[in-house]
Design a protein around this ligand. Structure first.
Ligand code: OFO
Length: 170
């Protein structure tokens, strides 16, 4: 059974994951309109993954005797002025999500909720991958700068960039 404090914190994370999904969705749509097929495919997939992260938490909360809350979401506010600005925001967002997962782990430990602590380990590993992935993408974008040819190749690379660095062309 979840403590009230643990349930509230997990419910907050449900919202954060749902907002992550929205952020990737907004980027996917933006890239699609701009004709960057590879980037939009990647972002749509990431958006689905974040939704899966949200669902996994929702089901866990209900399974452990809590009541998952499906709340209103913040509209993604993204700065699309350049690719590097956009991907920097993405990277910073993932760093923030990692911090909130760490905070959950902390609460699980202080509440002596070892089941939730165990459950959260999956998220801890996932965030290591997602942060690394966002950093690889950001570094590539910073290398390319404003070169149109570079962006074209980058977009092509993104088609095979499935998740967490697998298949990335370095
Ligand atoms: Fe849910 O992993 Fe990113 O934010």
């Amino acid at each position: 059974m979840l403590s009230d404090k643990m349930a509230a914190a997990l419910n907050e994370q449900i919202k954060i994951e749902a907002e992550s999904s929205q952020i990737y969705l907004a980027m996917a749509s933006w890239a699609e309109v701009k004709g960057f097929e590879g980037i939009s495919t990647f972002m749509f997939k990431q958006s689905d993954e974040e939704r899966m992260h949200m669902l996994k938490l929702l089901k866990y909360v209900n399974q452990r005797g809590g009541s998952a809350v499906v709340s209103a979401l913040e509209e993604p506010r993204l700065d699309y002025t350049s690719f590097s600005t956009l991907f920097r925001q993405l990277y910073e967002h993932e760093v923030k999500v990692s911090a909130s997962i760490n905070n959950l782990v902390d609460i699980a430990l202080t509440e002596k909720d070892y089941a939730t602590h165990n459950f959260l380990q999956w998220y801890v590993s996932e965030q290591i991958e997602e942060e690394a992935q966002a950093k690889v993408i950001l570094d590539k974008i910073d290398l390319i700068g404003d070169s149109k040819g570079g962006l074209y190749m980058f977009d092509n690379d993104m088609k095979s960039f499935t998740s967490a660095g697998h298949n990335i062309v370095q």
